[in-house]
Design a protein around this ligand. Structure first.
Ligand code: DHB
Ligand code: MG
Length: 219
């Protein structure tokens, strides 16, 4: 089916299963108004992240790639009051918008936003306890490096979710060799050889086209 049909189908199910969420709507609108790219997680994926956080009883989450903080807010909504999210963002501008969005959502005290290149931030992160859940959703060319850091900081039984591992099928199409596609391809090769993790990739379709995420648990 064509992309509009996918989008229609997703909004049909969303209309039953997702309540209108003002904090998310406001964050999306504020992100738009500030010119951020419209690449935040779709609502059904955000809701899934929230449900996962709740399923795991996650109290400590790490996110790589904040953008306007939409996914951060989704995940925070699945956590208890004493849950904490650390989220990393390279762009000062995105971080400023995310900060406003966290403030508006009343979540600032639960979210630590660290501005800077995630390569540097991750290398320095020494969490007192490992994370229950890590969501990687930043520049795809750096996924191998982000994976290498994330894998040492997630607890046994915890999950690492990596967004955008399908990219319209380009990751699987060897004709494509741009750095982002190569980054994702290298990531899946690394995870294949990683005996401490078990993983699967789930393709998705919707208003943002054909993509998908990887779901990996630390054994
Ligand atoms: C892009 C990045 C994302 O994280 C996403 O979910 C969709 C698109 C992009 O850079 O094009
Ligand atoms: Mg993404």
């Amino acid at each position: 089916p064509s992309e509009p049909q996918w989008a229609k189908s997703v909004s049909f199910h969303d209309s039953y299963l997702l309540k209108m969420d003002m904090t998310i709507e406001a964050a999306l609108e504020n992100s738009d108004n500030n010119g951020l790219p419209q690449i935040a997680v779709p609502n059904n994926e955000g809701k899934f992240l929230k449900l996962l956080a709740r399923t795991f009883g996650a109290k400590r989450i790490l996110e790589v790639g904040t953008l306007g903080g939409v996914s951060t807010i989704w995940m925070a909504q699945g956590m208890p009051q004493d849950g904490r999210i650390t989220t990393l963002e390279v762009s000062e501008k995105n971080a400023e918008v995310a900060k406003q969005n966290f403030e508006n959502a009343g979540l600032s005290s639960q979210i630590e936003l660290i501005v800077g290149d995630a390569h540097d931030t991750l290398a320095k992160l020494q969490p007192s306890e490992p994370f229950d859940m890590i969501f990687i959703d930043a520049d795809k060319k750096s996924y191998p490096a982000y994976w290498t850091e994330a894998r040492r900081m997630v607890r046994k039984g915890g999950v690492i979710i990596v967004d955008n591992v399908i990219r319209y099928g380009r990751v699987a199409d060897l004709e494509y060799e741009d750095p982002d596609v190569l980054g994702v391809r290298k990531l899946v090769a690394m995870v294949k050889e990683d005996d401490e993790f078990d993983a699967t990739a789930i393709p998705t379709v919707g208003e943002k086209g054909f993509d998908g995420f990887m779901y990996a648990i630390r054994l």
